[in-house]
Design a protein around this ligand. Structure first.
Ligand code: FES
Length: 194
């Protein structure tokens, strides 16, 4: 397949039709810039494109990065590329797995001490916004007391993420629903002293 066609196939893959979220793009941190470049290279490689196969490779890389940043806020991108909380936890005090309306699942793990979340992590088989939402929830609840987080809403998560495309807003709901379930499990175990 000619390089031009392969590239347009790639952008069809990246593109999300419908409601785009636009935010003020600030200068990227060096870490996020590196992670984005690696993401773009990996995706171009996946469709058979490399530096030696296409003369304006760097341009296509920049285009891919710009398009991703057009769809998602930098906070969303940072979380789905770099969150450290996408991990299973050994011996959590509470764990919950919830299936969302789209069929994807999320798991949340909590470790608690004196009514305070001292560690939290998550796993999911969902999309980029789901990874970002799980990472955002993990970030938002760490070092917080249970009574401060039990009413965390989908909107709180969306606000902290800088928004999600309309069709992905349910991903934030999956994260807060899973958190609620994990807190219920914690309460059942009697470890949620306030
Ligand atoms: S599309 Fe399934 S949770 Fe994001």
């Amino acid at each position: 397949m000619p390089a031009g066609k392969i590239v347009s196939k790639f952008f069809t893959f990246v593109e999300v039709k419908g409601n785009f979220y636009m935010n003020d793009k600030k200068e990227l941190s060096a870490e996020l810039r590196t992670a984005l470049e690696e993401w773009a290279e990996e995706n171009l490689r996946a469709i058979g494109l490399s530096k030696d196969k296409i003369h304006d490779y760097e341009n296509w890389k920049e285009k891919a990065i710009a398009q991703l940043r057009f769809i998602y806020s930098d906070k969303v991108i940072d979380l789905f590329l770099r969150t450290k909380d996408f991990r299973k936890m050994d011996s959590p005090d509470a764990f919950a797995r919830v299936r969302g309306q789209c069929g994807d699942t999320m798991e949340i793990y909590l470790k608690v001490n004196n009514g305070k979340i001292i560690d939290s992590s998550f796993q999911t088989d969902g999309c980029k916004p789901t990874i970002a939402s799980g990472g955002m929830v993990a970030e938002m609840i760490k070092e917080k007391s249970i009574d401060k987080i039990e009413n965390l809403t989908q909107q709180d998560v969306l606000n902290a993420l800088g928004g999600l495309p309309k069709e992905s807003e349910h991903c934030a709901l999956l994260a807060t629903d899973t958190l609620k379930e994990a807190l219920n499990k914690l309460a059942e175990r009697g470890k949620a002293e306030k």
